[in-house]
Write a protein that binds this ligand. Structure first.
Ligand SMILES: Cc1ncc(C[n+]2csc(CCOP(=O)(O)OP(=O)(O)O)c2C)c(N)n1
Ligand code: SF4
Length: 280
């Protein structure tokens, strides 16, 4: 690879096998361009995933990659970060993987503030297994597993991340390249757990492209990402569905806390002083 890497240099030899017009293409393209913009070093980067169509992402990128077990992206990412804190860790997976089988890990990765970027490509169904309902499927939507419509209330991933205390929370739409190009570099540069809820339509089993095109709107220009109540209000709005950065606040990361803990053990000051120092 040359010194100045281009977006195409980050493409692996494996061609995406997603369906035509799958939203995941738009996100992947924005990711390659962000890698070029930030000159991300492939040998210092690991893309981790769970299982699903979105979970295939690591195969298409020329960095280190880990296609993990269903729902276990976050523990794997945390292990990678603990083993080598110098690595840039990026998790990419689907809403079923993240918010059904893998949901138990989400608030705890936030609490630990694992220094990583976590992107959930949300198409509101299980794409790989042919369109069954997921935790973000809208109520009444008919799927293979709910032929008479769904009677469960969908989860709101942005609201959950904000309420759990995530330091960086954003939403993007895979059909809005300009905004993805603005938000992705900010998420990459954030130190701590950065969560991106990516609206990424499944063109085969639930094509929401026109719906999102019509109902998404960027946060107002005077929006400031430092107020959790405002973030909840905008983040959980259904009409319009806001895209942008809801929260951007610096907090001590898992590796910083562990470093401080080790130093404290050496000095013998105990955990209580550390908790006061972290303001928790
Ligand atoms: C332990 C386990 N249970 C179930 C499955 C079957 N399975 C594969 S992918 C998937 C869900 C995929 O949906 P999502 O995470 O939303 O990703 P998408 O395919 O829509 O991108 C399921 C249930 C599996 N692979 N492993
Ligand atoms: S099934 Fe849906 S999510 Fe999977 S590749 Fe096709 S369009 Fe994309």
């Amino acid at each position: 690879m040359s010194a100045n890497l281009l977006a195409k240099d980050y493409k692996s030899d494996v061609k995406p096998i997603w369906c035509p017009r799958c939203g995941d293409f738009g996100f992947l393209s924005a990711l390659y361009k962000t890698f070029e913009e930030l000159q991300i070093k492939p040998h210092e980067t690991v893309v981790v995933s769970g299982i699903g169509c979105a979970g295939r992402t690591p195969a298409f990128i020329k960095t280190y990659g880990f296609h993990g077990a269903h729902g276990r992206l976050l523990p794997i990412a945390m292990g990678i970060k603990l083993a080598n804190p110098a690595l840039k860790v990026i998790g990419v997976t689907g809403d079923g993987d993240a918010f059904a089988i893998g949901m138990g890990h989400f608030p705890h990765a936030i609490r630990r503030n694992v220094d990583m970027l976590y992107v959930v490509l949300d198409n509101s169904v299980y794409g790989l297994t042919k369109g069954q309902s997921s935790p973000t499927t809208p109520i009444d939507h008919k799927t293979a597993t709910n032929p008479f419509g769904l009677d469960e209330t969908p989860l709101d991933p942005v609201a959950i991340a904000i309420a759990a205390g995530a330091g960086f929370v954003a939403r993007i739409f895979a059909g809005n390249m300009k905004e993805m190009r603005q938000i992705l570099p900010r998420a990459f540069e954030y130190k701590g757990f950065a969560f991106i809820h990516a609206l990424s339509p499944c063109s085969t089993f639930y094509d929401t492209f026109d719906l999102y095109q019509k109902h998404t709107r960027s946060l107002p220009d005077d929006y400031r990402p430092d107020n959790r109540i405002k973030a909840l209000e905008y983040g959980s709005s259904k009409e319009p569905i806001y895209t942008g950065i809801f929260i951007n606040e610096r907090r001590a990361t898992m590796d910083e806390k562990y470093d401080a803990l080790l130093a404290s053990v050496e000095r013998n000051d105990g955990i209580r002083e550390l908790a006061i120092k972290w303001g928790q």
